[in-house]
Design a binder for this molecule. Structure first.
Ligand code: C2E
Ligand code: CA
Ligand code: CA
Length: 403
């Protein structure tokens, strides 16, 4: 049993109609957070959720996940409101009568109501507590301008020019310093902050693209899009609106596994993005469960070979074969191939011989802030001719340190 603990206060603040609407939105969010549960609103501020658990800890984990999912505020009539929850749970073997379980859960809820904070905190195991803390801070960080983007160029091998760059997100945390995406993007995905975070990114990239174009470098800028967003109609709508309202040249990098989850809506939404002039790139190719069947159906123009294969290219016997056949396959499907994680001249030389179209990696440049990218482009370092195309990146020192 999940009770909206601050329902009375919300009703006083917003009025009955808005408070009832909010309760409906809360029940919907619960349904999304517990996809395998049956979720029903059983009172003005009470929702019943029934699901199978393996043990009591499993039940606690789900409660903690709900808590994390409710960190994000609800927006109603342009007001931002937070819904506080109280939980009462009961579990038993499948043979136990449902009515008995509901009664026990109600009793637990009554107990939790009186000991409100204490019970809620006991329930969250430590790791989940961390997630809740990061989610709260991130929720604030998105509005507080604590996020920033670094750009890593992609070089077209034959044309010897930088044709695009990838935006990579960072969090300038007031106490913990620069936080890398691996430490907060998964939390954003789990706690339903990823849509807001990505819309922030799209807005910033549109601005940055205009800045670049004004300085004479009209590069296409690529944004990483989490798989779950491909099934989020509201996100797709807003992303298309933002892109449609600008004339920015953009690209979206998506992983192939994200399409396999719900191919129909993912493919339809990717097609919508492509219709808006957004170039679709398949990221991390080869890292997950690849399915060539889907590859053919995607409106993708670029295939990015996962850096795992590229960094081991010159030291392993198997990887060169995989990379080679991937390049041939992509070309047969009329896609351009990007190798990411190019760190050595040896890897660059081999990729060039194999017909790889574009390269990206520390050899060319680390991810750098926008200003540094402009300086790098102005210097034209990557274009300095070498005696032989395979050594075109030789003799210069374009490797940038990340701030
Ligand atoms: P990714 O999209 O595969 O990005 C490539 C990662 O490889 C980046 O790490 C980049 O800094 C790193 N890298 C680039 N060149 C080299 C190289 O030569 N050698 C090696 N070893 N690594 C290289 P980063 O910036 O830490 O990003 C990690 C992941 O976080 C990204 O993987 C992407 O999946 C995710 N991410 C980053 N920004 C965003 C974002 O705005 N939204 C979403 N949803 N995910 C993001
Ligand atoms: Ca990427
Ligand atoms: Ca990648």
């Amino acid at each position: 049993m999940v009770e909206l603990a601050n329902f009375g206060a919300l009703r006083r603040r917003l009025g009955c109609i808005r408070a009832d609407l909010l309760a409906g939105l809360a029940a919907e969010r619960l349904g999304r957070l517990l996809p395998t549960a049956s979720v029903a609103k059983v009172g003005p501020s009470l929702v019943m959720c029934q699901f199978r658990v393996s043990d009591v800890e499993d039940c606690d984990r789900r409660i903690a996940a709900i808590e994390a999912g409710f960190v994000r505020h609800f927006i109603i009539d342009e007001m931002s409101v937070r819904i506080e929850l109280t939980f009462g749970a009961a579990s038993g073997p499948t043979c136990v009568d449902d009515v008995a379980l509901v009664e026990q859960a109600e009793a637990a809820l009554a107990e939790a109501r009186t000991a409100y904070r204490a019970v809620r905190h006991d329930v969250a195991p430590r790791a989940q507590g961390d997630i809740v803390r990061i989610a709260r801070e991130l929720d604030h960080a998105i509005d507080a301008d604590e996020l920033m983007l670094m750009y890593q160029p992609k070089v077209h091998v034959r044309r010897q020019e930088i044709t695009s760059a990838e935006a990579l997100i960072r969090w300038r945390h007031p106490e913990r310093g620069l936080v890398m995406p691996g430490d907060f993007v998964p939390v954003a995905e789990q706690c339903q902050l990823i849509d807001r975070m990505t819309l922030w990114t799209i807005r910033r990239v549109i601005d940055d693209q205009a800045t670049l174009a004004a300085r004479g470098h009209a590069l296409r800028l690529f944004i990483n899009i989490s798989g779950q967003l491909l099934g989020d109609a509201a996100f797709v709508e807003e992303a298309c609106r933002l892109v449609g309202a600008s004339d920015a040249k953009l690209g979206f990098e998506i992983t192939e596994t994200s399409v396999i989850r719900d191919p129909e809506s993912a493919i339809a939404n990717l097609q919508r993005f492509a219709d808006f002039g957004i170039t679709i790139a398949i990221d991390d190719y080869g890292a997950g469960l690849s399915s060539l069947a889907y590859l053919k159906q995607l409106p993708a123009r670029e295939l990015k070979i996962d850096k795992l294969f590229v960094t081991q290219l010159t030291s392993s016997n198997r990887d060169p074969l995989i990379v080679r056949s991937t390049i041939d396959l992509a070309h047969a499907l009329e896609m351009e191939v990007v190798a990411e994680g190019v760190e050595t001249h040896a890897a660059l030389a081999l990729l060039t011989v194999m017909g790889c179209d574009m390269v990206q990696g520390y050899l060319i440049s680390r991810p750098v802030p926008l200003d540094a990218l402009v300086t790098y482009l102005n210097e034209g370092a990557h274009r300095r001719p070498g005696p032989d195309p395979l050594t075109m990146f030789g003799g210069l020192n374009p490797v940038r340190r990340e701030a």
